[in-house]
Design a protein around this ligand. Structure first.
Ligand SMILES: NC(=O)c1ccc[n+]([C@@H]2O[C@H](COP(=O)([O-])OP(=O)(O)OC[C@H]3O[C@@H](n4cnc5c(N)ncnc54)[C@H](OP(=O)(O)O)[C@@H]3O)[C@@H](O)[C@H]2O)c1
Length: 316
């Protein structure tokens, strides 16, 4: 039986580990605890409940045994388990294990995951901005787990205005990520609940730099570039160089859509509530297309249960 509290603590510890060197190939999960492996000798296949490799094509002959490789939307990571693994443990591993390991993958840009709760007709809020709560309690706890595993959490100014969030991890064990808020006009930023010990960065265009902010304790980053794509790519480069190497984008629609348009998003995760709003904000507003063949198709998708409903995760 998996001890999920112990497994969660082990994932948090893994996120903080020093980055893997050449001799490490990944991790093994044994009795709800995770440890590094350097070779096949570190693995007792009768004991272990899962394996994760990064940047590696090794499988230690697992494909010839009763182990299976799972589809996850992380191209540099392989996840294996015995076929007898239970669904709860497997879903937990698929959702959180790669994120705990993401900083070990050598990349030149920050990893970006979008997570939102949408109605069956793809809306994330009513026309007047109400969105509490489209997702259920399990989704809320899940969002806090994601925050605990990333370096930064990003939202747009109107999400602050409507939702008055704190963007912290109060429902789970873990550390709060840096808070990143996109806002030129800097209105209503007082609605972002203050957490003195957590860094908050406001991102805006240089032309607004003299505009006075109506809130304290915040630093600024500026968009640089002549167009939306340059501005956002430069922003992610700056965040990466500040050590913010994994970013969770929680909305709203305008923010997520600009990140999708500029193609900086790696993984999309949508909790789908069994409700119809019929009007309101769609989470993805992209340039019009004529043919289905032109659509953005998610790869390596998997579905998992979130209480009374489902969530889809996929690679863009
Ligand atoms: N269901 C869910 O999972 C979920 C999650 C989050 C939010 N929501 C809901 O979504 C709604 C808010 O979404 P929204 O689409 O109206 O707004 P939003 O994306 O939260 O915020 C938009 C604002 O962010 C700033 N911004 C965003 N992208 C920018 C960019 N690329 N460059 C510069 N500034 C940028 C601008 O602020 P300035 O005008 O200050 O420049 C813009 O007006 C709320 O109703 C909220 O409750 C739902």
């Amino acid at each position: 039986m998996t001890d999920f509290n112990q497994l969660w603590s082990s994932l948090l510890a893994q996120k903080k580990e020093s980055v893997l060197d050449q001799s490490n190939q990944g991790w093994v999960l044994e009795n709800s605890k995770i440890k590094r492996i350097n070779s096949a000798d570190d693995i007792d296949f009768n004991l272990h409940s899962a394996l994760m490799f990064i940047n590696s094509s090794l499988d230690y002959g697992l494909h010839q045994t009763n182990w299976q490789q799972h589809t996850i939307p992380f191209e540099d990571i392989q996840l294996w388990s015995p076929t007898s693994i239970d669904t709860l443990t497997l879903d937990f591993l698929k959702l959180y294990w790669p994120l705990a390991a993401i900083n070990h993958i050598q990349k030149e840009k920050s990893f970006v995951l979008v997570h939102m709760a949408a109605s069956l007709d793809g809306r994330i809020a009513t026309k007047c901005g109400d969105s509490k709560w489209i997702g259920n309690d399990q989704n809320l706890k899940h969002a806090h787990r994601l925050r605990a595993l990333v370096d930064g959490v990003m939202v747009g100014a109107r999400t602050i205005e409507y939702d008055c969030p704190s963007l912290n991890v109060r429902h789970v064990e873990g550390e709060n990520p840096v808070r990143l808020v996109l806002s030129n006009k800097l209105q209503n930023l007082k609605k972002l609940q203050p957490i003195p010990e957590v860094e908050t960065l406001i991102v805006r265009d240089k032309e607004y730099q003299n505009k006075k902010i109506d809130s304290d304790n915040q630093d600024f980053l500026f968009f640089e570039g002549d167009n939306e794509k340059d501005k956002i790519e430069n922003l992610f480069k700056k965040l990466f160089s500040r050590g913010i190497k994994s970013i969770l984008i929680e909305g709203g629609a305008q923010t997520v859509s600009s990140m999708l348009r500029t193609e900086v998003v790696d993984v999309v995760q949508i909790h789908i509530a069994p409700i119809l709003l019929g009007s309101g904000k769609h989470w993805a507003c992209l340039p019009e297309i004529e043919a289905i063949a032109q659509s953005k198709k998610l790869k390596n998708t998997f579905w998992c249960k979130m209480g009374d409903t489902q969530m889809i995760t996929g690679l863009l």
